[in-house]
Design a protein around this ligand. Structure first.
Ligand SMILES: *Cc1c(COP(=O)(O)O)cnc(C)c1O
Length: 494
């Protein structure tokens, strides 16, 4: 039976491939599956499955208008040698938790997990729907999405990609990764503003009907690679199921035993995928949502009030420096009883007043979630202590999750085995990581730090880092926030 998608803000519906093509619904809402599917296998059958096998088992339930051949083809093209380990997402047991390493892809951060398959889902969707226009991917990034999307789409036929990032709001290595991107169809633009402004700017471009007509006449159409695209979300469900399969195979858990997952959260995409995995029947107990000093989600889980009216804080975990967690809308819609009118009301309040409040009934639906946050010094301290206790070096985002997990255990006494989503390689945030371990490192240059980290952590420097040591800068455009539309038009020759 075909699984349909509908907007969180109206009755607009789409098939999976149409939803992937559109990214955002016409009414500004996000596409959600009309019902959340269940796993078609018993939990014990997962034991020992490969990443690709799990990917197929999970994704076929969501993308029901893809043929088996089409979907397996996308999976094969995505999860190949671009990853530096056949396991794709290995698990490291350290410090009383299981670190699910989601950073073994082309750009050494978890965005690769979905962005290595999205271009293939998208071009397959275009073919299925007889789309003749060239697809223009427009993305706002707080650092990791941008590079992962660029790497995923570079030189993919019939696509172009424009990435906006906040100039000065991403790490030096992240910026270097982006501005050295090869591929004639890639464009990278710094904006004089923060991530939320970049994201709002992209949303405005997507909502610009006149521009849409102009593009269509010139043979282009926009699509999104941001985590609002269900083509991003669905591949992220896979690794939670896979982690369970691996823990079973390794005898770490019993069949059916519940686990917690801890997710360092920004846009709420990764943790929403874990929630979808739980809804599919994966034995997950608590979903632990970890924030940095931009703790809008922690406050939301505490009070039921989402309020973005606050200072935006630049932290050492920049990919979580977010005040509007776009994917939360999918959860809000669900806990509102899948009521698009109610959800739209709240989202309108968020746009006009910067805040909204959920009802007590809705709040009761959040009982599976636990939210907390880690300050900058707590984050640095936990990197240092885990390194000193175990020799394992984690990045700043993962460290936020590690700290919040400790707070959770202290607050609840819960000893349920827990998987921590390890979302970036420490090599991506080398300076912050090394400074956390010892202040003496601050005097060193970026690449010297990379070598030092390799030494103390006893891990090889990832290929993604080796490559940018000497790569030339190919993109140097910087614009004001209100010049974003013009920048896009210029790249398309309009
Ligand atoms: C994007 C990102 C996050 C946040 O994930 P969301 O899905 O946006 O919540 C956390 N850590 C890293 C390293 C990221 O790149």
């Amino acid at each position: 039976m075909e699984l349909m998608y509908k907007s969180t803000r109206s009755n607009e519906t789409a098939t999976a491939s149409q939803a992937i093509l559109k990214g955002l619904a016409s009414d500004g809402g996000l596409f959600v599956p009309v019902t959340l599917p269940k796993l078609s296998v018993n939990i014990d059958e997962l034991k020992g499955m490969s990443y690709k096998e799990v990917a197929y088992i999970v994704m076929k339930e969501f993308l029901t208008d893809f043929t088996e051949e089409e979907l397996k083809n996308c999976i094969d093209k995505a999860y190949d040698e671009k990853f530096d380990t056949e396991e794709i997402a290995p698990i490291v047991k350290a410090d009383g938790a299981y670190y699910l390493e989601l950073f073994h892809g082309a750009t050494i951060a978890f965005k690769d997990m979905a962005l290595s398959i999205l271009p293939h889902l998208l071009t397959t969707s275009a073919k299925k729907n007889n789309v003749k226009n060239e697809i223009v991917i427009l993305t706002a990034t707080s650092g990791d999405t941008g590079k992962a999307a660029l790497a995923g789409f570079a030189d993919v036929e019939n696509t172009r990609i424009v990435v906006f990032y906040p100039k000065g709001g991403v790490s030096p290595i992240q910026e270097k990764q982006m501005v050295t991107q090869k591929g004639a169809n890639t464009h990278v633009v710094g904006i004089k503003g923060n991530f939320d402004q970049a994201q709002s700017g992209v949303k405005a471009i997507f909502g610009n009907k006149e521009l849409e007509k102009e593009l269509d006449a010139a043979g282009f159409q926009f699509s999104s690679a941001n985590s609002i695209n269900i083509g991003r979300l669905v591949p992220q469900v896979v690794y939670y199921v896979y982690s369970y399969a691996k823990l079973l195979a390794e005898g770490e858990i019993e069949n059916g035993e519940k686990i917690n997952v801890v997710v360092p959260t920004g846009n709420f995409g990764n943790i929403l995928a874990a929630y979808y995995a739980k809804n599919m029947g994966l034995p997950i107990d608590k979903l632990i949502c970890a924030s940095n000093d931009n703790k809008v989600l922690y406050d939301f889980f505490e009070t039921g009030s989402y309020d973005k009216n606050r200072d935006f804080i630049l932290t050492t975990s920049p990919s979580m420096d977010i005040l509007i967690s776009s994917n939360l809308e999918r959860l809000i819609y669900k806990i509102a009883g899948c009521d698009d009118v109610k959800n739209k009301e709240l989202m309108t309040a968020l746009t006009t007043e910067g805040k909204y409040e959920i009802t007590a009934d809705m709040k009761a639906e959040l009982k599976d979630f636990y939210g907390n946050y880690a300050t900058e010094s707590e984050t640095a301290d936990v990197i240092k202590s885990i390194y000193e206790d175990t020799g394992y070096v984690i990045d700043t985002h993962t460290a936020v999750a590690a700290k919040v997990y400790k707070k959770y255990k202290e607050a609840t006494g819960d000893t349920t085995k827990s998987v921590i989503a390890s979302t970036a390689s420490p090599f991506k945030f080398t300076r912050s990581v090394m400074n956390a371990i010892d202040a003496k490192y601050d005097a060193m240059g970026d690449f010297q730090l990379v070598d030092e980290l390799s030494k103390i952590g006893n891990v090889k420097v990832p290929k993604a880092i080796e490559e940018i040591r000497t790569a030339p800068v190919l993109h140097n455009t910087v614009v004001e926030v209100d010049e974003m539309t013009d920048a896009v038009k210029k790249f398309l020759g309009l």
